[in-house]
Design a protein around this ligand. Structure first.
Ligand code: DOR
Ligand code: ZN
Length: 355
């Protein structure tokens, strides 16, 4: 079979973390993506222009010399965020702000409870052309309803700020797809790979699988099917944002497991299989490498990535983190050039599967 070439991807939602984890996990994203929108829920969070500049420097420093990768920087919107800080963040290279409702996911403590109180911040973001990225879950609601109940907040902000670009991050429900489809073109949604594969049964239907646990939690089969339909529809409102979120295995396999699925190592191979299964392979490149860039007003990436049809088994772990689809056999493999492959391999500690 001849190799497949596609434009390098934009991952419009990724958690790169800090310190050792950043150093070890970054290659998986940087090999497949030319750019990625880097989430600000670090410890401490990215709140100010100074934080943002420092974090961008640490990401660039963590890149291997062979990797050409641009981190697209974000900041965390908290109750204390001010319009003045928004202008400064923009001047220092931010392209989006991420709003986490209070307590709904990893490192979202101290998040937003009063969405209207931030109207001056949304106004400043609209004026600056910054994108508002929403973690769309209503705090305190029943977990399966959290996203649906948040949609009224999205509708209200979209109506009150018609020129503000808004992304409903990691949409998980048929309700969200319908809502975003019906809203004007300044509103889009990112879709993860794991939510295109999983339903709640993969998390709790048989034995508890903490590695499929994430926020928002995977929903019903009809929701998952609607997400797949949206991703493969060719509608530019829906684009890739992996939400790849590495957590060390002990933080997942414990009594109080962290939310997050580490999809970066399998991103493109898993998407190819999904689009192939749905007979929509010709729409893959737009989903991974065009629609996100167009929504954010960025030029399309110029480089391509090559994949060969060569089956491989996803390792049980990379550097102490269990990747999505570990143990499964995938058909397509990223054909990184020799130097890049060596860097990635050096960072991957592949151990024997756990019993
Ligand atoms: O499952 C998740 N993990 N959802 C998020 O929104 C955050 C992420 C993380 O940072 O681990
Ligand atoms: Zn996320």
């Amino acid at each position: 079979m001849s190799p497949m070439q596609i434009r390098k991807m934009d991952d419009m939602h990724v958690h790169l973390r800090q310190g050792d984890m950043l150093h070890r996990a970054l290659s998986h994203t940087a090999v497949q993506c030319e750019r990625a929108l880097v989430m600000p829920n670090t410890i401490p969070p990215i709140l100010t222009a100074t934080d943002l500049v420092k974090y961008r420097e640490s990401i660039i420093e963590a890149l291997a010399s062979v990797e050409s990768f641009t981190p697209l920087m974000t900041f965390k919107i908290v109750p204390g965020t001010t319009p003045a800080e928004i202008h400064s963040l923009k001047a220092h290279g931010a392209i989006a702000g991420k709003l986490y409702p209070d307590g709904v996911t990893t490192n979202s403590e101290g998040g937003v409870t009063d969405f209207k109180a931030l109207y001056p911040v949304y106004k400043a973001m609209q004026d600056e052309g910054l994108v508002l990225c929403l973690h769309g879950e209503m705090p305190g609601a029943f977990s399966l309803d959290r996203e649906t109940l948040f949609l009224d907040v999205l509708r209200t902000i979209a109506a009150d700020f018609p020129k503000l670009k808004i992304v409903l991050e990691h949409a998980t429900t048929a309700d969200a797809i319908k809502c975003v489809s019906e809203l004007p073109d300044n509103v889009a949604a990112s879709l993860t790979v794991h939510h295109l594969y999983l339903t709640l049964d993969d998390v709790i239907g048989d034995r508890l699988n903490p590695h499929a646990f994430c926020k928002p939690i995977a929903k019903r089969p009809e929701d998952r099917d609607m997400l797949v339909k949206a991703a493969t529809s060719g509608n530019p409102k829906f684009f890739l944002g992996s939400d790849s979120a590495p957590h060390p295995i002990p933080s997942k396999e414990c009594a109080c497991g962290a939310a997050g699925v580490y999809t970066a190592p399998v991103l493109l191979p898993a998407l190819i299989e999904l689009f192939e299964r749905n007979n929509q392979l010709e729409r893959l490149e737009a989903f991974t490498s065009e629609f996100g860039a167009k929504f954010y007003g960025l030029p399309l990436n110029k480089d391509t990535i090559t994949l060969t049809e060569e089956s491989w088994t996803v390792p049980d772990e990379y550097h102490g983190v269990k990747p999505f689809l570990s143990g499964s056999t995938l058909k397509w493999k990223v054909a990184a050039d020799k130097t890049t492959a060596a860097v990635t391999d050096a960072r991957a500690t592949v151990r024997a599967p756990r019993a």
